[in-house]
Design a protein around this ligand. Sequence first.
Ligand code: UDP
Ligand code: MG
Length: 338
Amino acid sequence: MNDAMQNYPLHARSPASACALSVVVPCFNEEQVLPAFHARLLATLRSLGESWEILYIDDGSSDGTPDLLLQMQELEPAVGVARFSRNFGKEIALTAGLRLARGASVVLIDADLQHPPEEIPAMLRAMRDGADVVNMRRASRADESPTKRFFARRFYSLINRMSEVPIRDGIGDFRLFSRPAVDALNQLDERCRFMKGLFAWIGFRETTLLYHTAPRAAGHTKWRYRQLWHFALEGLTSFSVLPLKLASYAGLACALAAFLYAVVFAVSTLLMGEPVKGFPTLIISILLLGGLQLMATGILGEYLGRLFIETKRRPLYLLEAYRPAIVPATELALRRQS
Ligand code: UDP
Ligand code: MG
């Protein structure tokens, strides 16, 4: 084995799986919808005939979510609860879930019932048919406002033109991963996490199923336009260095244009003796160049800022408490025998 392979093993070895399926649910202030979600999820899982665990990641909720989760765990020991020390964001909550999950496969699902838990058996079937990643694609974006749809379409067409891996519209975080895919994801420990990009980056055999998204059952979305803008920037800068190149191309184009204009200007003055009347040209070029330079500096800044965050190598999240799920030993033993 050469050095490079030693440094970057294909995927880290993981301990034998504790159960067939881990369900990772990020929750941030979801007390209104959690009981309904939990009931539907439990009904689905209990009909599976496989061993499972549910892993709720409480992303620093400030409402009754933590108490609710502990109650759920008391009633069903196959529920694990991890609580962050503050709100770290959904992407980080999913990362923590993927790291803590002990199942032979892991499904990521939202707590607000926009991702129907009843789809899980179909996802597992698709995995048994040979996929390592089962993506759930929204049948339509009809539930969203026209403005959000418009910007989403623009964002995906832009990012796909720029990024090295395809990032498809309509596929969110509702996905099922096999253990090798989870181990691969767990090796990516960058701080700036654009999960859709990371999911696409790992590759593996994937398949996509359609599902009908429901309106949020209760509570309200945590995404505002400002956050969506940051999310888009994160995606563009994490998966492409094209903006950096664009800055140099724009500089080159400006310099060329200035050179041509200088020639035209010199010739016309020499041949036709035109008087110098340059104020509008002057002010426009100063503003244009100043604007372009600031933009280019801004783009540099976006990358530099991310580099700064990466180099500090802070932990991605801090756990305030973690009470793992208890997967019944009998089921474990059965799985080991088979
Ligand atoms: N979420 C989270 N941390 C956050 C924001 C959201 O864990 O900072 C969870 C939230 O509880 C829900 C899921 O992520 O289970 C999706 O959130 P939301 O419904 O607000 O997003 P949307 O569906 O509107 O994209
Ligand atoms: Mg939602």
